[in-house]
Write a protein that binds this ligand. Structure first.
Ligand code: NAD
Length: 307
């Protein structure tokens, strides 16, 4: 399959390498000059499970340079960057291109629908992870999985098959929205609270009222979800959160929002707590904690950017 990865950052590069190794024709699309230069000159360096570095040669071009047609474009920008990426790659998106979004957060499908027909859109959630250590180098651990669904009437099976040839552990679901909301619930607790409390995931777990905060955030999300016909299972999210606190799982990890703030970047807050706050305001469902958290993270973004 001819596949482009739009957003060849931490996670895009990890998936791209695996798809290329399985025999697919993979092109990375990215706009970070130092990262593109490093990969195209020396190859992408992958350090997996602290083993010896390996090099992979996946061609990476900018959205302005990309040409040709693709069967599949996997969208893996940060969520606030998605609309711009779709605008910039429009010349290579044909009616036959399927677009799979794996970025976190809510609202991605609505953004993609502004650019292509609903029947071209696939949406998923992924448990694959990756860290971009420096331009041209990613660090990865363990393995992951993906659940995806066609949003319109497209047949997603060829994509699932192609990705499974690459060992990506992809499963078709008929309820991807519930899975997306579930993951957004987890991220709406761990991401902003790690920033606001200056804590990794395990440290957050030592806060006496940490789980009460989590429950209040999730209770508001559940009420917003009910309006949209989405069942948010708070007990299941709390169970996942409790597991993630363990050091052998994600306990020693700082969530991506923490890293974005440290790097002076915009976060995905408007697509997590900010999304629930916005819909809550529109629909008259009180979301005071999600609203407050959204304001605080925006304040933190501003403070870190001018430091
Ligand atoms: P990242 O910032 O490392 O990668 C995004 C890449 O997109 C960057 O290299 C950036 O240069 C590029 N980009 C963005 N906008 C662009 C544009 N308009 N033109 C050209 N290039 C552009 O982010 P990531 O960590 O790979 O995460 C991507 C998404 O996947 C996020 O939504 C994240 O929450 C989600 N996610 C990440 C992980 C992880 O472990 N990294 C795990 C699960 C989900």
């Amino acid at each position: 399959m001819k596949i482009a990865i739009a957003g060849f950052g931490a996670l895009g590069a990890r998936l791209g390498v695996k798809l290329q190794a399985a025999g697919h024709e993979v092109t990375g699309i990215d706009g970070w000059p130092a990262h593109i230069a490093a990969i195209n000159t020396n190859g992408l360096i992958v350090i997996h499970d602290n083993q010896a570095p390996k090099k992979y040669f996946v061609p990476v071009v900018t959205p302005q340079e990309v040409t040709g047609e693709f069967d599949l474009i996997i969208l893996l920008t940060k969520t606030p960057q998605l609309d711009r990426m779709l605008t910039d790659i429009a010349p290579v998106v044909t009616k036959n291109t399927q677009l799979l979004v794996l970025s976190n957060g809510l609202g991605n499908i609505e953004v993609i629908e502004k650019h292509v027909a609903r029947d071209q859109i696939l949406a998923g959630v992924t448990l694959w992870t990756s860290t971009l250590a420096k331009p041209g180098e990613i660090h990865t651990t363990g393995s992951g999985s993906i659940k995806l669904q066609a949003i319109g009437h497209a047949n997603a099976e060829p994509v699932v098959e192609a990705m499974n040839q690459a060992g990506l552990n992809v499963e078709l679901t008929d309820d991807v929205l519930t899975a997306i909301w579930h993951k957004a619930g987890i991220n709406s607790v761990l991401n902003p609270l790690s920033v606001l409390l200056d804590a990794n995931i395990a440290e957050f777990g030592t806060a006496g009222n940490g789980m009460d905060l989590a429950l209040t955030i999730l209770d508001e999300i559940q009420k917003v979800g009910a309006l949209q016909g989405i069942k948010v299972d708070i007990a299941a999210i709390m169970s996942d959160l409790t597991n993630l606190l363990k050091p052998e799982n994600a306990g020693n990890h700082y969530p991506s929002m923490y890293q974005d703030i440290q790097n002076g970047k915009r976060t995905e807050i408007d697509f997590l707590n900010g999304y629930f706050s916005k819909i809550g305001h529109q629909e008259d469902v009180p979301t005071p904690l999600n609203t407050m958290i959204t304001h605080l993270i925006h304040a933190k973004e501003d403070i870190e950017r001018v430091k």
